[in-house]
Design a protein around this ligand. Structure first.
Ligand code: TYM
Length: 337
């Protein structure tokens, strides 16, 4: 396959830093699949971002392949979309370094995710690496290498895409138009799925490791997922009545994202109904529209790691030409070539 269409380009990525939960699916992956034929797609498995915090090497290798199988099982079609591993394309690190040198420290220190992760990293094992600070500059490189028009992400990554735009603009002002300025895309519902056990915190891979009721994973058996949703935190009201508490809002948002409704329409549908009814409806729709279709396909891909490896390497080979052309353009502009 060679992708030579004139469609707008999309680039996005997910870290292979843990099993994927419905937050990442509803905030990002689902939209990638739905809009796949409208765009020229670059979907990355960002292993270099994953090592900004401690990873077990064996597990990291396994999670890269698991994520590739999840991409395919969700419906990313390798005939339509490039699916590749970030570290297989050296230009990501090379451009990342250059961008780092043109990014003020203050911009990086202001990033919400850095502030949160550095404040909650406790032990030496969970050390705050320099990579955690410079992480958004590598993400900017991922995006800018492919002249992406759009970056479909969940709400939490919008600030990083803004930083990418700012640094690209800054370098364009200095060196001429070397970068295309990308735009983030977030879905109308599901852009910020919160923890089921604690709706004040975003559903995340790291909190999921600490608390079993926090996240529904894409590979959770349906009965496990149902139990987690039925135990989700709501409030003490007997029924849904606006303005709703954060936990109820989260369930309504998840339902809306799965049903293709606006959160307002979903809220109207459940107003006056008990929380048991809402939770049951959320469990049913998550299981039938997300978990079951994905899980029915996942093993077919996951059981053939050689095929997955071959697909990832072929894709990296194809995208390298595009990435290196951008890198050379930038190297020339800044005086490295
Ligand atoms: P990551 O791996 O944390 O998350 C992957 C995608 O899932 C979205 N997401 C969520 N959406 C809604 N609710 C949630 N609870 C939730 N949790 C995660 C994220 O917004 C993201 O879209 N830095 C990125 C990966 C990255 C990237 C890129 C993304 C690296 N390079 C270039 C886009 C373009 C990250 O850590 O995502």
């Amino acid at each position: 396959m060679s992708i030579t269409t004139a469609r707008p380009r999309v680039l996005s990525g997910i870290q292979p830093s843990g099993h994927l939960h419905i937050g990442s699916y509803l905030g990002a992956l689902r939209g990638w699949v739905a809009d796949q034929t409208r765009y020229e797609n670059y979907f990355c498995i960002v292993d270099l971002h994953a090592i900004t915090v401690t990873q077990d090497p064996e597990q990291l290798r396994a999670l890269v392949l698991e994520l590739a199988a999840v991409y395919l099982a969700c419906g990313i079609d390798p005939a339509q979309s490039e699916i590749f591993v970030q570290s297989h394309v050296a230009a990501h690190s090379q451009l990342g370094w250059i961008i780092q040198c043109f990014t003020p420290m203050g911009w990086l220190e202001r990033m919400t995710q850095f502030k949160h992760k550095s404040a909650t990293a406790g032990t030496e094992q969970e050390r705050v690496s320099a990579g955690l600070l410079t992480y958004p500059t590598l993400m900017a490189a991922d995006i800018l290498l492919y002249d992406a028009d759009f970056v479909p992400v969940g709400e939490d990554q919008r600030q990083h895409v803004e930083l990418c735009r700012d640094v690209a603009q800054r370098m364009n002002n200095k060196f001429g138009d070397i970068f295309k300025i990308p735009q983030s895309l977030t879905p109308p519902a599901g852009a910020r799925v919160m923890g089921l056990d604690d709706p004040t915190n975003k559903m995340s891979k790291s909190l999921g490791m600490q608390s079993p009721g926090h996240a529904v994973y894409l590979l959770d058996p349906p009965d496990v997922a149902r139990r987690k949703i039925m135990r989700a935190k709501t409030d003490t009201n007997p029924a849904v009545s606006p303005p709703v508490a954060a936990g109820v809002d989260n369930l309504i948002d998840i339902y809306a994202a799965c049903a293709g409704l606006t959160p307002e329409a979903a809220l109207t549908e459940f107003t006056g109904k008990g929380y048991g009814v809402l939770k049951k409806a959320v469990a049913n729709i998550v299981i039938s529209t997300v978990l079951e279709p994905l899980q029915a396909r996942f093993n077919v891909y996951a059981n053939d790691p050689q095929q997955l490896d071959a697909m990832l390497l072929e894709s990296a080979g194809r995208v390298t030409a595009t990435a290196e052309a951008t890198l050379l353009r930038v190297q020339r502009a800044v005086g490295l070539r």
